[in-house]
Design a binder for this molecule. Structure first.
Ligand SMILES: Nc1ncnc2c1ncn2[C@@H]1O[C@H](COP(=O)(O)OP(=O)(O)OP(=O)(O)O)[C@@H](O)[C@H]1O
Ligand SMILES: [Mg+2]
Length: 360
């Protein structure tokens, strides 16, 4: 396997990528915030409003590890992925790759960053040009990242990345058009295209949610294998908490634009410390659950992100909300072994677990 091509070799202070300490995050995010302006014609007169899509997110991605962001629709997961891929300019906050902050949308540091941090989308069809073959798409990326390579060497690399995603022999797939492949094959091609840039970080935004259930596991296993073999820092975005438990080392839970819980995936999904995470677990389909216990009742919808609730954003849905939750945003409470939750119930260290299912 080739991993030596255009990967940045010097990450500052004479440090090479290979020598980057494994306990230091490859990608480090602090206070990441994105507000989208709302067009006035939807709101009439009055002060300018914004959608608080992502608020004050801290995140670390480590080489060879899978980190999950779990959240329901509209919680801001894709906005985080797009901010990390530099498709959006943050409203505030800092993103650093190998310790180097990235601010501007031009220059060498920016070009290096966008090669190093690759995004895989939910619907791979939309990101391929239907009039071009798979070979066209892959050669294009390989040429951009390996300008000194000749045609033969480019095609050899193309065959290698196709083999890495279990599409062999290469010519059976490379001469096809996107519509001639199955959804699973197209998703493998989009992973191959990301690998063609020889990245350090892979952002997978719901990579299997549009695929048939029978092939999801194959794609997740492939991503996990690539993270290990290529020492990639992998961000796995999902609304499926069960898949995060199976697949991720570290899990974070996102609610209404904020990360509300995080830590080792096993702890977050087995001993959830935040009522929202417990709600997610209780409402996920589980064939092993004792059906004599009534399933949790619907406890409302996520809040408006234009006027998010004061204090804890979950308080209007939380059956355990206290006075304080209405006015003061909870800080991170340490639950031990790297597990944390933003919930006032932990202030006294006396949060009841499990809080859900609440209905008797
Ligand atoms: N370009 C944009 N302009 C304005 N608002 C946006 C934009 N992109 C996203 N939003 C809003 O930001 C919020 C978060 O959206 P986002 O797509 O990040 O959610 P998500 O967690 O990825 O949801 P899903 O699971 O449905 O993909 C939503 O309220 C959405 O309407
Ligand atoms: Mg999304």
């Amino acid at each position: 396997m080739t991993t030596e091509n255009s990967r940045i070799t010097n990450v500052g202070a004479d440090m090479t990528v290979e020598a980057w300490p494994s306990n230091e995050p490859v990608l480090k995010v602090r206070g990441l915030t994105k507000h989208f302006p709302v067009r006035r014609r939807f709101l009439g007169r009055g002060p300018k409003k914004v959608v608080h899509a992502v608020e004050n997110v801290d995140l670390e991605l480590y080489a060879g590890q899978v980190t999950a962001i779990i959240g329901e629709s509209g919680s801001g997961k894709s906005t985080v992925a797009r901010l990390l891929a530099q498709l959006y300019v943050p409203t505030s906050g800092e993103i650093a790759l190998y310790g180097k902050p990235v601010h501007v949308k031009h220059g060498k540091a920016f070009r290096t960053y966008v090669g190093q941090v690759q995004l895989i989308l939910q619907d791979p069809f939309g990101s391929f040009n239907p009039v071009h073959t798979i070979a066209y798409h892959l050669r294009r990326v390989l040429r951009i990242h390996n300008p000194s390579l000749g045609l033969k060497a480019i095609d050899d690399r193309m065959a290698e990345v196709l083999k890495e995603v279990n599409l062999a022999p290469a010519n059976q797939f490379s001469e096809k058009y996107p519509h001639e492949l199955s959804g699973g094959q197209r998703q493998r091609i989009s992973i191959a295209r990301a690998l063609a840039a020889n990245p350090s970080v892979l952002l997978a935004d719901e990579p299997v949610s549009m695929l048939d259930v029978s092939i999801r596991l194959g794609i997740l296993n492939l991503l996990e294998k690539l993270a290990t073999e290529r020492n990639l820092a992998l961000l796995y975005i999902t609304h499926d908490i069960a898949s995060a438990r199976y697949f991720a080392t570290t899990a974070t839970v996102m609610y209404a634009g904020e990360l509300i819980e995080g830590g080792p995936a096993e702890a977050v999904t087995q001993q959830a410390g935040h009522p929202y995470t417990q709600l997610l677990i209780a409402s996920a389909p589980d064939p092993d659950r004792d059906e004599s216990v009534e399933r949790i009742k619907d406890i409302g919808q996520p809040p408006s992100l234009i006027d998010p609730p004061a204090g804890c954003r979950f308080h209007p849905r939380c059956p355990f909300a206290m006075e304080k939750c209405h006015t003061e945003a909870p800080p991170k409470f340490d639950l031990g072994d790297g597990h944390w939750a933003r919930c006032w119930l932990h202030e006294s260290g006396a949060a009841a677990t499990p809080m859900f299912p609440k209905e008797e």
